[in-house]
Design a protein around this ligand. Structure first.
Ligand code: SF4
Length: 613
């Protein structure tokens, strides 16, 4: 059937009707379908319509039909009442007085059109309300009520006293538009530009970065619950899209097995029974996949996210032995970086970092730490929980470069530092990456009084190295790591090392001569200099400043719920973190304008005794 261009998606009803008309999946919109969709199907139908009809008015679409509104001047009535209510001032009023309009209308206009049947709202206003919502950890409803009822919000937004506000669902729509247009970083970037314009932020100062864990908005599932819930999730999604087809296909016992949540089940306790149930669920999953394959709408159904998740989980959790599905032994399941832990959030991963075990994400926060300016978050990166900090050093620098906010000194912990990051920090970004390096693992370095690599002098032009005994290497061989990264191996001649009086300090064993493995020149030099520098008192004093970023993470956690995702999925969690960063920045700028002193690091009475001693 030829697909027509569907009109824009509106309310749930029209969404379902459009889907059915578009794809001819079911004949008529039914109350039952509407009920199911209102519980769980809206997101999936939305996904299907967006991605299959490709008719959603996003990039390049009709940009705006907003009512022109002027928020550049706070209305007189609003000013009068706000001043009377807050004679000593208020942080939001201070922000408005000092910064003016924080988000201009045209910034988000291309992403936000009017909704059918509802009054259009200013996208700049919606952006700021979303930020305020995170600053005070409010729900959408509470934020929309605050726009109507709080004079300090009205003053900051530049609204009339009589402004009726807007429906709270517009906040959700606004966030979705940002995500669809991958414009979430614009929220932070625009604020940073504004603050740069007010000389509150400068490049080439000092910044610091740290990361913390973020819990996904999912329940922890063991394997039996995981496969059961994955099957249930797929069936629920199909029940929204093709209810008649599904009812005709599935065995009756599936309604009992996959109707209630698996958390409501009394799962069998014995290993034998649990294994049998896992295999039954596994077989059901394979059967469902075959049913979908035989369906006239197979191509469409295969593209439903929950069906794709079913396929992925089954690949990860099952193998087929003599025609029967068996649960994989734990050692043959994929590594945590790739393994799905819930059908409801396929981006979340399990991770362990020191004593912390969690399911979800990781967020990297970078902030300025110059004494003469407010401490402002310049970058946030939300990543999978299983990624290493080091994988994000370059990305953070690149994003700071894009914002023209590269620091001169960048303070980080050991996790962000290696020879490549140190060298590229200098050569590519012109910054000094300051952080303790990982110790050299060689036995010579660990014992301290032996000939470690720092005791050798390298002549890169002549391609030679000279050992502490003054002997020059006899060989210089290009090599590479198992990952294909270049290395150089310098070797000394056998007779020279055998005759060496200091052999015991240099070589382990009797037969072999000494060989050292060198990184490429710039990396080797950067690493050796960093290792030497971190032994100095000056480094320790400078590096102590890095610990301040813990306070920012603490503020984000306590005030804005940084460590607990409000939403499911990486994209929405990232958006949450961007809102959190903007909210913290606004709070800090207001405190700076009001000359509120920064909180000092708390020291307990007992610890203070040690300091005094
Ligand atoms: S063992 Fe060989 S490389 Fe080591 S100090 Fe002696 S001569 Fe130099």
């Amino acid at each position: 059937m030829a697909r027509s261009i569907a009109p824009p998606i509106g309310r749930n009803e029209s969404l379902a009707e459009q889907f059915m008309v578009e794809y001819g999946v079911v004949g008529k919109f039914s109350l039952a379908l509407h009920r199911k969709m209102s519980i769980l199907g809206f997101g999936q139908l939305r996904w299907i319509l967006c991605h299959l009809s490709r008719s959603y008015p996003t990039k390049g679409g009709n940009p705006m039909s907003l009512h022109p509104q002027d928020f550049s001047v706070v209305p007189d009535d609003t000013t009068r009442v706000a001043r009377a209510a807050f004679p000593k001032g208020n942080p939001y009023m201070t922000l408005r007085d000092k910064l003016g309009v924080i988000y201009e209308e045209h910034t988000f206009a291309p992403f936000f059109g009017s909704s059918r049947g509802r009054p259009a709202e200013s996208p700049g206003c919606l952006a700021l309300v979303n930020v305020l919502q995170f600053a005070e950890d409010l729900t959408d409803r509470q934020a929309a009520d605050a726009v109507r009822g709080r004079i300090d919000w009205k003053y900051l937004l530049g609204l009339e006293l009589t402004d009726p506000g807007f429906d709270y669902t517009l906040l959700y729509e606004f966030r979705n538009r940002l995500l669809e247009n991958e414009a979430e970083q614009k929220l932070l970037d625009e604020l940073l530009k504004l603050l740069q314009g007010h000389k509150l932020l400068k490049s080439r100062g000092r910044q610091r970065t740290d990361s913390t864990h973020v819990l996904a908005a999912i329940r922890s599932l063991h394997r039996l619950e995981l496969v059961g819930e994955t099957m249930r999730h797929a069936l629920n999604s199909l029940a929204v899209v093709v209810p008649d087809w599904l009812r005709a296909q599935v065995p009756v016992e599936w309604f009992d097995r996959y109707g209630p949540p698996f958390s409501d089940w009394r799962l069998p306790r014995s290993d034998v029974k649990r294994e049998a149930l896992a295999e039954t669920i596994g077989q059901d999953g394979f059967d469902l996949w075959e049913m979908i394959g035989r369906s006239p709408q197979a191509e469409l159904l295969h593209r439903i996210p929950a069906v794709q998740t079913l396929r992925q989980v089954w690949l990860q959790q099952y193998y087929v032995d003599e025609g029967k599905p068996r649960l994989r032994p734990p050692e043959s399941t994929p590594p945590s970086r790739k393994r799905l832990i819930s059908p409801y959030d396929t981006d979340a991963r399990f991770s362990v970092r020191r004593s912390v075990k969690w399911q979800g994400y990781r967020v990297h926060v970078t902030e300025t730490c110059d004494e003469d300016q407010p401490l402002l978050i310049t970058n946030v990166e939300t990543t999978t929980s299983a990624s290493l900090d080091l994988e994000w050093t370059d990305t953070i620098h690149q994003h700071l470069k894009d914002k023209e906010l590269l620091p001169k000194d960048h303070l980080v912990d050991t996790g962000y530092v290696d020879a490549r990051a140190l060298a590229e920090g200098r050569s590519v970004y012109g910054l000094d990456l300051i952080g303790p390096t990982k110790p050299n693992p060689s036995w010579q370095t660990r014992r301290g009084d032996q000939y470690g690599i720092a005791n050798f002098v390298v002549d890169w032009e002549k391609k030679q190295a000279t050992c502490p005994q003054g002997q020059v290497s006899s060989g210089w061989y290009p090599s590479q790591t198992p990952y294909g990264e270049p290395l150089i191996v310098a070797k000394w001649a056998m007779p020279v090392c055998r005759a060496c009086p200091a052999r015991a300090q240099c070589v382990c064993g009797s037969a072999m001569p000494r060989a050292i493995t060198l990184l490429p020149k710039d990396q080797h030099i950067a690493l050796q200099q960093a290792r030497q520098r971190q032994t100095t008192a000056k480094f320790k004093k400078t590096y102590a400043q890095r610990a301040g970023v813990e306070g920012t993470i603490s503020q984000g956690t306590q005030v804005c719920g940084l460590r607990r995702s409000r939403y499911r999925g990486m994209a929405k969690t990232r958006l949450q973190h961007v809102f959190t960063a903007v909210a913290i920045n606004l709070k800090r700028v207001a405190a700076w304008f009001e000359e509120t002193p920064r909180a000092q690091t708390r020291i307990s009475r007992f610890a203070a005794l040690a300091v005094a001693a």
